[in-house]
Design a protein around this ligand. Structure first.
Ligand code: PHE
Length: 349
């Protein structure tokens, strides 16, 4: 009878090696361990044995059962592993080419910013950056903007509560924190860190309490520019801006400087442009940016001698450029993430 048990174990091992589906596994279980299964039947043989023979047979039966159950367990695990693999689908092939690039695109404001940056890079400007939260001193005082200037009013500027702490923003004293109203503050931070001659542009996000019409938004983007060297004149300013604007809007462009006022430039100007290729804005004077010669007071403040150094600065709205280039009349389109709007620019630069 013990030979029978060995035969059953051998048979179970052979069968379970070939079983590959759940149905075959269940079938094998019924044939061997089920109520009428071979091992169950063999176990019943114990009744025919003498008292003396029973313990040895009982031991052999237990061993046989353990082995058989082990075969079923191993086989069950391999069936489950195969099912898991099947549910993962086909094996991924990392060497296949990636999805076509037309499925996504950059935002029109990103496109304009990159274009502006790349034009200035060609003439030696580098990009400077600072934080969007700024201190009142860097945003206003250092830019010669007095306490009673309207820009410093809560009506115009977003102030943080008095005790806000910002570990990453250096302060001059204990002045308040604001959301920067322009990227001109980057001029000051750069002038403290670097020695002239220098040429930087500072693209970035700015914030004002500004909701007057569809061409203004409380959140917008600017690019500040700063050039400091020896003997820099208005002629240099005009030449650089003409070059830049022609690269951006085309060769047929005309520009003019109109007298204006900014506390940190003297003299100050607004730049207007006129071009025949701007859709319904063609051949009209359009205000595009502010600029001027860096005020000697600003140079003194960053420890530069105005007798030795001079420079110019300019600031331009990224949204404004994008609106003129693409004939967009409502600034809110840029922020609504409407695919019908965005998909028109996915490959534009
Ligand atoms: N900071 C000004 C503004 O936000 C623009 C400007 C920059 C003007 C640099 C002159 C020089 O309107």
């Amino acid at each position: 009878m013990e030979n029978d048990l060995q035969a059953i174990v051998a048979q179970a091992e052979t069968i379970l090696k070939t079983v590959s589906s759940r149905a075959d596994w269940e079938q094998a279980k019924a044939t061997i361990l089920g109520p009428n299964g071979s091992l169950t039947q063999a176990a019943k043989g114990i009744g025919q044995l003498t008292k003396e023979e029973r313990p040895a047979f009982g031991q052999a039966l237990n061993q046989a059962k353990k082995k058989v159950e082990g075969f079923f367990k191993t086989s069950n695990e391999s069936i489950e592993a195969q099912a898991d693999l099947a549910s993962l689908g086909e094996k991924a092939d990392p060497s296949l080419p990636s999805v076509p690039s037309h499925l996504g695109g950059t935002h029109p404001l990103t496109n304009v910013r990159r274009r502006v940056v790349s034009i200035f890079r060609k003439i030696g400007f580098t990009v400077a950056e600072a934080t969007e939260v700024e201190t009142e001193w860097f945003c206003f005082d250092a830019l010669n903007t007095p306490d009673d200037h309207p820009a410093r009013d809560e009506q115009d500027t977003l102030f943080f509560p008095p005790n806000s702490t910002w570990a990453n923003i250096t302060q001059k004293a204990k002045e308040a924190h604001v959301l920067r109203t322009h990227t001109s503050s980057v001029q000051i931070r750069t002038l403290f860190k670097e020695k002239p001659p220098l040429r930087i542009i500072a693209p970035g996000r700015c914030f004002r309490r500004d909701t007057v019409d569809a061409t203004h938004s409380a959140n917008f983007h600017q690019t500040e520019g700063l050039y400091v060297d020896k003997n820099v004149t208005v002629k240099d300013l005009k030449a650089v801006l003409d070059y830049f604007l022609k690269e951006l809007f085309g060769d047929k462009l005309e520009t003019r400087l109109r007298p204006s006022f900014f506390p940190f430039t003297e003299p100050s100007f607004e730049v207007d442009l006129k071009a025949p290729n701007l859709g319904k804005l063609s051949n009209k004077w359009i205000e595009i940016m502010g600029c001027g010669m860096v005020d000697p007071e600003v140079l003194k403040l960053v420890n530069l001698d105005p007798e030795e150094w001079s420079g110019f600065a300019f600031g331009l709205g990224i949204e404004r450029v994008a609106m003129i280039l693409h004939g967009i009349d409502d600034i809110r389109h840029f922020y609504q993430n409407d695919q019908r709007f965005l998909s028109q620019f996915s490959n534009a630069t």
